[in-house]
Ligand binder design. Structure first.
Ligand code: HSX
Length: 216
């Protein structure tokens, strides 16, 4: 498992705006699109490629590369917060196939600490056929307890894709540890690993409920 905590200033700049309670709904969505695009390019940089020659208009040859893994990308969008994030990912990965999972957590407050596993209701799932050549990118900007992401990974793991990536914006320390232990073969892209979860299962400091902030 590789953990990519992306820390380029441009990403942190957009994340800082997302965290602010003062950012409006449209700007919130736009920032998720921007982050998705940049994370998408970071993902592309990890894909397999081959060396090729290319002929220029001047009749000369130049050495180049062809990222053949781009032909086999499947993005899974966990509704609804991932919608603008995936819009950004698709800008970097325009040939991707797209699956969706509609899930909601059955939240209930715990008296002490935080919920370690929140029941997740998956009420719609439509995922194209997964092949052994596929790089599957499961996109959810927020991973708190990891309960939702566990369900998403389990829905495709038996198809044995070439690799499974998680694309996120914020993941909690607890969620990260939990997913790393259960799915050591999954690589995780995120911008921030936040230290805490509250007693309702919200990441702290986090950015609130991403779905509500993006869509009302
Ligand atoms: C939020 O809760 C996010 O967008 C995820 O879908 C989910 C994360 O919570 P957890 O399942 O990791 O606790 O709606």
């Amino acid at each position: 498992m590789t953990l990519y905590v992306l820390s380029k200033p441009i990403l942190l700049h957009f994340l800082t705006q997302l965290r602010s309670k003062n950012i409006d709904q449209i700007s919130f969505r736009k920032n998720l699109v921007k982050l998705g695009r940049i994370i998408g390019y970071e993902i592309v940089n990890t894909l397999d490629y081959e060396s090729i020659d290319v002929e220029t208009p001047l009749g000369t040859k130049a050495k180049g590369i062809y990222i053949y893994d781009l032909e086999n990308i499947l993005i899974i969008s966990i509704l609804r917060a991932a919608t603008p994030f995936v819009e950004g990912l698709l800008k970097a990965l325009p040939t991707a196939r797209l699956g969706v999972i509609a899930a909601s957590r059955k939240e209930k407050e715990v008296q002490v600490g935080y919920p370690e596993d929140i029941p997740v209701d998956v009420y719609y799932m439509k995922i194209p056929q997964v092949s052994h050549k596929d790089t599957v990118i499961i996109a959810d900007p927020m991973i708190a307890t990891g309960s939702t992401m566990r369900k998403a990974i389990k829905s495709i793991v038996n198809s044995q894709p070439k690799r499974i990536y998680i694309a996120s914006v914020i993941i909690s320390e607890y969620g990260l540890k939990r997913l790393m232990e259960e799915f050591p073969f999954v690589d995780i892209f995120t911008i921030s690993v936040d230290p805490e979860i509250d007693n309702r299962g919200f990441i702290l400091p986090g950015l609130g409920d991403a779905g509500d902030r993006a869509f009302g």
